[in-house]
Design a protein around this ligand. Structure first.
Ligand code: AMP
Ligand code: MG
Length: 178
């Protein structure tokens, strides 16, 4: 089976799409939650605060999470190709992380900027940034391609449009070869 990485801008619905993979025998691991467990030991108390920490600190947490997840065997990893920090787009899959995870496939879940903005406005549980969604999705494609080239992974784009989550899940199933 191998490792599969699923990425997408906040609010695109990647967790919803990948939940379907549970039926195919994959274990799902959330990279941000694993990072947050490490961050909490150091007094960070909101997962949406992590992307505002100094980049070096975020990279330390990223390395700890990557090391832990790399020991879990075949998993689907819920994460980000890039993270919007105050100092720019930080790679979610830099060389050290992509080598540690060594995925076969990197999936980008995408939707239109309008759809994503609408979904974000309906989720008061998270502190989302008012960013340029089209720009972020473009950066994510570039960063995913760069990460894929390091390990020879394939890149697949799954479209998750409004009221068409079934189609997205079906696309994802095909990517997993299930
Ligand atoms: P999420 O719940 O998937 O939006 O992730 C929560 C937070 O975890 C993100 O806002 C980032 O701060 C952090 N995070 C998730 N994946 C990565 C990654 N690959 N590299 C660095 N930070 C990450
Ligand atoms: Mg999520």
């Amino acid at each position: 089976m191998g490792v599969v990485i699923v990425t997408g801008v906040p609010g695109v619905g990647k967790s919803t799409v990948m939940n379907a993979a549970k039926d195919y025998g994959y274990k799902i691991v959330n990279f941000g939650s694993t990072m947050f467990e490490e961050a909490q030991k150091e007094g960070v108390d909101n997962r949406d605060e992590m992307r505002k920490l100094p980049v070096e600190k975020q990279q330390d947490l990223q390395k700890q999470a990557g090391d832990r997840i790399s020991k879990m065997g075949d998993v689907v990893v819920d994460t980000h190709a890039s993270i919007l920090t105050p100092s720019g787009f930080m790679p979610g899959l830099p060389e050290w992380t992509i080598r540690a995870l060594n995925p076969n496939i990197i999936v980008l879940v995408e939707a239109t900027a309008q759809e994503i903005a609408g979904r974000r406005s309906k989720d008061p549980s998270r502190l989302r940034d008012a960013d340029d969604i089209d720009m972020h999705q473009k950066v994510n494609r570039d960063y995913a391609a760069t990460a894929a080239s390091i390990v020879g992974a394939t890149v697949s784009i799954v479209e998750n449009h409004d009221d068409e989550v079934d189609i997205a899940v079906e696309q994802f199933r095909k990517v997993l070869n299930k």
